[in-house]
Design a protein around this ligand. Sequence first.
Ligand code: SF4
Ligand code: SF4
Ligand code: SF4
Length: 315
Amino acid sequence: MSDVSINTEWLSDCSGCHIAIVDLHEKILNVLQAVKIQRCPVLTDIKDYPHATVGLVSGAIRNEHDRHAAIEMRKACDIIIAWGSCAVFGGPAGAGNIHTPAEIGRAVYLDNKTTTSANPPSHEVSALESVVSPLDAVIDVDLYLPGCPPHPAFVFESLSALVEGRQPEVNKRSVCAKCKRSMEKTDVSQIKSNSDGLPNAEQCFLSQGYTCMGSVTIDRCLAPCPANGVPCTGCAGATMQILTEPNRDIRTEIAERMSRLTKIDRAAIVASLERSSKSHYSYTMATAMIGSKPTFHIKKWIEDENADYEAGGAA
Ligand code: SF4
Ligand code: SF4
Ligand code: SF4
């Protein structure tokens, strides 16, 4: 048995990152032979935080319990890995930052056709923080492993590298690098929604007028969605280029590519992406790297879209 021990913790998330451990299948035996898994909500019943060499933390900081658990993991573990897009960027929960905790409480517990509570719970559940934050907003993080969840190949490589005392070999390419669809210039002149027709199975979605986020998303999945007929929605988070270059932005980069591949006007594509920004930025909305970009006004775009929707609904 190696001297490497692992604690895992599960903050506000969907559990998918912990299930990815099980998806290692027989490879997990190699990991288990090399490390001692101590605290792990899906494998062990240990509630406290014993000392460990490595701490894998999935999930975003959404409530007081998440903050407490993250701090305890940092105290207990020599190395902390932000594990999955929720921990790295805030993940889907980050879309909650468009609303106040009071609005969310009302929507979930009161203004809801399937809930009959007279009052939202006050003391039974941990209070929501004012905003959703990625893990490194609360504790220091040593290694980032985005993905929703990270593909087992990347989980295995990261754990193996830690056990062997080397840097993980993970690429910095976009999802397009693993996608087999071909980018071709076409005469397509209109943006399509996913419900418009059946996309060609060989051609890049952008060439066909469908929004695909593969070119602005880091590959931590080996591109399963475009391989199975579905455009990438960016669940692994943005590429290093988008994150580190202040004037590069998800909507402008996609618009640039799609307008070159089709006859659709670039400005029309940007406007379309802004109208659906709650979807296109949902995985990374909570991170300061995206939220502080000079081109980024997501809250305003969403408020404008909501106002248009309500105006249309009231008419
Ligand atoms: S990163 Fe994705 S799979 Fe992992 S916990 Fe978050 S939502 Fe679930
Ligand atoms: S944009 Fe989407 S469909 Fe086109 S190459 Fe990239 S991942 Fe594939
Ligand atoms: S192709 Fe895109 S949406 Fe699909 S798993 Fe990969 S990053 Fe996520």
